[in-house]
Design a protein around this ligand. Structure first.
Ligand code: SF4
Ligand code: SF4
Length: 411
């Protein structure tokens, strides 16, 4: 472990509860993976639980089960907008200008987040976090507070030395995007050679002992490569594979026609279910919470103890319900795909925003959902993608326009 460096100032006191406490959370996390595995006929379930699942536990810290964008109950801080790539679908506006929290402000933010009892895992994202010169200091600070650190990086700047330093500052999981074969990936990243650099970075992360989590964003450009992508994610050793749907916000607005419609959403959900049966890593959808009702409906579970259990461990949309997204300028959003401010950290304490922001209260009260989501049997374990509802109607409580669950053929 990296010693605390004197130039980093005072080391903070540990405030965050350990990832294994209370044990019923670990039980819920394990149950969600087993339940998903059984419903999907996942042939690697046992091996995954014994190897990857065990190593993922610190990253699942605080989760009450499974939900969108990995696990609920964690803050994600977009620490910079700056990036060395220029991806066509990035939800970050792509601007390299604008204010960012200073090192001191960032430490203050981490102190505040450490005071929220349910948070145990801290996710650092960007832009590209490695472009912030104080990254290691902030990771070390977060770790000293007691957080498990995870990082989202494009990995093109990661070599063995960088990966070891990330690990030594408490990074247990690294999320890296892969969006197609080398030609497609480089086109999506707008950068020749990005695929090769990313794969090298992923290999360095694994050599350093960091759990590899691969993000794939499905859009028209790569939808025909999904089988290849799943096999590649497996061969690269991904423990977690998060399959994002394009929600056209930020730079992604310019390619909004590439987002999947209702029919394509159903195709993708069915594809993920079939892929899970044979893929080594665990697959989870992002912006596709219909995955969980689909698994239950396909298995004929709509009432009784198994349905009650599902409601305990599957949570669907995580926006504002544990998961929260902090922008570089201190604005607090419920999710990167809901560009609606819940408050400004320059004007209010995070704990006040977290406890009182009307947007967050609305998102936590599923009974306030409208249209088909408001009347749905699966409301508590799905909730629809609130970002897609916002893009389609300007109302983050409206029904998810890509939902196929109530019209699907049950086979
Ligand atoms: S109607 Fe809404 S809550 Fe129900 S399954 Fe569809 S998206 Fe989910
Ligand atoms: S708004 Fe969509 S992308 Fe965001 S947490 Fe909810 S389902 Fe996931």
């Amino acid at each position: 472990m990296t010693d605390w460096l004197p130039e980093w100032g005072n080391r903070p006191k540990k405030l965050v509860q350990p990832f294994w406490w209370p044990p019923d959370l670990v039980l819920r996390q394990a149950t969600s993976a087993v339940y998903l595995g059984v419903l999907s006929h996942w042939r690697h379930l046992t091996g995954w639980m014994l190897n990857d699942g065990f190593r993922c536990l610190p990253g699942a810290a605080g989760a009450r089960g499974m939900g969108c964008i990995g696990f609920p109950s964690h803050p994600v801080w977009e620490m910079t907008r700056a990036c060395n790539l220029n991806c066509i679908h990035c939800h970050v506006s792509g601007s390299t200008t604008g204010s960012e929290l200073t090192t001191g402000e960032a430490k203050h933010l981490l102190d505040e987040l450490a005071g929220v009892r349910e948070f145990r895992m801290m996710a650092f994202t960007g832009g590209e976090p490695l472009l912030r010169s104080d990254l290691y200091e902030l990771l070390a600070y977060s770790r000293a507070l007691g957080f498990t650190n995870t990082i989202a990086t494009n990995a093109t700047l990661v070599d063995d030395r960088v990966a070891e330093r990330l690990r030594d500052c408490g990074t247990v999981i690294a999320a890296v995007s892969l969006d197609g074969n080398p030609e497609t990936h480089d086109m999506v990243r707008n950068t020749p050679g990005a695929f090769a650099a990313t794969v090298k970075g992923m290999q360095a992360l694994r050599r350093a002992g960091i759990v590899l989590h691969i993000n794939i964003t499905v859009m028209e450009h790569n939808v025909s490569q999904m089988d290849w992508l799943m096999a590649r994610a497996d061969s690269l050793g991904a423990s977690l594979i998060l399959v994002y749907q394009l929600v056209p916000v930020g730079r992604g607005l310019a390619i909004k026609e590439a987002a999947l419609d209702k029919k394509a959403n159903e195709w993708l959900v069915r594809f993920l279910n079939q892929s899970q049966a044979r893929t080594r890593g665990i697959i989870e959808p992002v912006a596709g919470p219909q995955y969980w009702p689909f698994l239950l409906k396909k298995s004929g579970i709509s009432a009784g103890p198994l349905f009650s259990l599902a409601k305990q461990v599957f949570h669907g949309c995580a926006a504002g319900r544990g998961f929260v997204y902090i922008k570089p300028d201190g604005q607090v959003w419920p999710c990167p795909f809901i560009p609606v401010s819940c408050g400004d950290l320059h004007q209010a304490a995070f704990s006040d925003i977290w406890a009182t922001a009307p947007v967050l209260k609305n998102l936590r009260a599923r009974q306030r959902l409208k249209g088909s989501c408001g009347e749905c049997t699966y409301q508590s374990l799905c909730g629809g993608c609130r970002g897609r509802a916002w893009v389609a109607s300007g109302d983050y409580l409206a029904e998810d326009p890509a939902c196929f669950i109530n019209s699907m053929d049950d086979r």
